[in-house]
Design a protein around this ligand. Sequence first.
Ligand SMILES: Cc1ncc(COP(=O)(O)O)c(C=O)c1O
Length: 275
Amino acid sequence: RTVATGPDGRLDTADLRAAVERDRAAGLLPFLVVASAGTVGAGAVDGFGPIADLCEEQGLWMHVDGAYGAFGRLDPAIAHRYAGLERADSLALDPHKWLGVPVDCGCALVRDTEELRGTFSLVPSYLRDESAGALGWFSEYGTEQTRPFRALKVWATIAHKGRAGLARDIARCTALARRLGELVEADAELELLAEVQTSIVAFRHRAPGRDGAARDALNRDLPAAVQRRGRVFVTGARLDRAELLRACLLNAATTEADLHLLLAEVKAAARDLLG
Ligand SMILES: Cc1ncc(COP(=O)(O)O)c(C=O)c1O
């Protein structure tokens, strides 16, 4: 079931409850809620407290997709947005995104490790290992048998930067994103389409003098046009039926000059497209 979101892009808990109750009344068995710690379009973080309350009350597994945004929890300026995240049964987070760990390195945290082992464990006799100890084989906790040593990259990143270093880099990205949001709002040609909650800035070109369809067409074409110019990289998305650009700031080496360059390039590409 797709659940409605509010104007801030956060999951509407009343609509979620209604969907669960509707399904139960129809004889179905709801079992899982997937919330977001940083949506792809706008970087919105769901209100986890009320979602966790509902999951507890209804006996539902609470999963949070924090692949992009979970690490924002390390920034004191936005940590409050993540209140209740600690109540999730499972959390997906990608060290290969905001931690800057080389691709690929996805990660799932599960509250109760026995849930993983109970689901995935399959030890054929040729792999029996009496010396494996209580932990067993790592392959008992997921779908992979032979696997690369991905954890080494995460360990090395954390050892290199430390918790404080990671938090500093993450806080720099959210501050840059808020600054970019201000620059967009101060620019008559551009429009900010969502509150900057994490480090994604969703905005569009106003395409003055054009109707809604033409404005959508322009904003849909803009990311590729910006990329063809070869100086900055930005992607597009569709949110609430509006085409937009989404700048996702994950690299602490980004500077304020880069933000100005991004907006200048977007406006130059728009001028080219509008002729
Ligand atoms: C919120 C979110 N979930 C899931 C994914 C998918 O992650 P991956 O490409 O590591 O599988 C992404 C980004 O790609 C994401 O931003």
